[in-house]
Design a protein around this ligand. Structure first.
Ligand code: NAP
Length: 309
């Protein structure tokens, strides 16, 4: 196995190098280029992952002109595919020829594959990445009841992943309850056998206690607890976790958040969301290369980067 530093030095672009990349703004902070390039190097693949900084709207007219140019530029330049990050995950959707059910239900594309005939497949690997990391930690969501905190972009992927993996019930608890209701309504047609409901987090702790009593899995998909606001958490201090529960926190900076500490105090298993980042990338890697991703190398690369930040 090679270190990320060695990978950067060892990479040689040839006339046959396959290019993939990341469309977003900004992209300079992204860990995806070193993560994917370490994976290509590990398998000896002549592939390279590069950042594509794409402005949201160069004309200030509200159009997605630059996004459109960037997406069709993938085809024109023979690029094999791309990840898509904020703020373009929705904006790229109209330019796709095909969308997977995951992309349609989540309402966002995070991975594009340019097919052999030049058509564009839009997928979303976040939900499957989340489930892959849960399973990596020995947790199978099938038949379980989940409580999802938050109803933003990442919650959409989490709810999709849980329902697709066979969760029997998902409660979405959010500050803005209308967003939780909209998310539940959007997912229900795809998963009629999963009871997907919404609740507000702005009432007394009584509903949180009741929801927690029902929950096998609790997932934080809010941004609370993230650096620099490490003292915050989307939970009440006086509501205890149980040893039979699992708490998954999508926040990975810091690696142990306040809600993770609270869950551990109650004896619950607490999982940091860094692995979701790795697995969504691993699944994208497999979509492009049709080869099994070296997920452990990708994880070590990401951990090394965060350890040195
Ligand atoms: P988002 O779309 O902006 O949604 C943020 C969510 O947090 C909303 O539900 C929002 O509630 C809630 N929230 C924010 N501030 C709050 C507060 N003070 N009190 C109560 N609720 C609050 O963000 P996102 O894309 O879903 O990302 C959420 C977190 O997940 C971020 O920390 C992000 O870094 C992380 N993430 C991790 C991964 C991974 O791979 N591990 C992937 C994606 C995202 P309202 O709807 O009421 O505003």
């Amino acid at each position: 196995m090679q270190t990320p530093e060695k990978n950067i030095i060892a990479k040689t672009i040839t006339g046959k190098t396959n290019i993939v990349g990341l469309i977003g703004w900004p992209v300079s902070h992204s860990i995806s280029p070193p993560m994917h390039n370490a994976a290509f190097a590990e398998l000896g693949l002549d592939w390279c992952y590069v950042p594509f900084p794409v402005r949201g709207d160069s004309t200030n007219t509200g159009s997605n002109e630059m996004v459109e140019k960037a997406v069709y530029g993938l085809v024109g330049l023979g690029i094999r595919g791309s990840n898509v990050t904020v703020p373009h995950k929705q904006a790229v959707m109209p330019f796709m020829d095909h969308l997977t059910d995951a992309a349609k239900a989540i309402g966002a594309v995070n991975t594009i594959r340019v097919e052999e005939d030049g058509t564009l497949l839009g997928d979303n690997t976040d939900g499957r990445g989340f489930i892959a990391d849960l399973r990596d930690h020995g947790v199978d969501p099938a038949g379980k009841r989940a409580l999802v905190l938050g109803a933003g972009g990442s919650a959409r992927a989490v709810v999709f992943g849980l329902a697709e993996a066979g969760c029997k019930a998902v409660t979405i608890r959010n500050r803005t309850v209308s967003k939780a209701e909209e998310l539940a309504a959007a997912m229900t047609p795809y998963f009629p056998n999963c009871a997907i409901t919404a609740q507000t987090n702005s009432d007394s702790t009584a509903t949180l206690v009741a929801a927690n009593n029902e929950a096998d899995l609790v997932i934080n998909s809010t941004s609370l607890g993230m650096t620099p606001h490490v003292e915050t958490m989307p939970w009440h201090e006086d509501v205890a976790f149980r040893p039979d529960q699992v708490l998954y926190d999508l926040v990975y900076n810091p690696p142990v958040t306040r809600i993770m500490q609270h869950a551990q105090t109650g004896g619950a298993q607490a999982i940091c969301g860094l692995g979701m980042l790795v697995w969504q990338g691993a699944i994208a890697f497999e979509l492009w290369t049709h080869q099994e991703a070296p997920a452990e190398v990708m994880r070590q690369t990401v951990e090394t980067i965060f350890a040195n930040k």
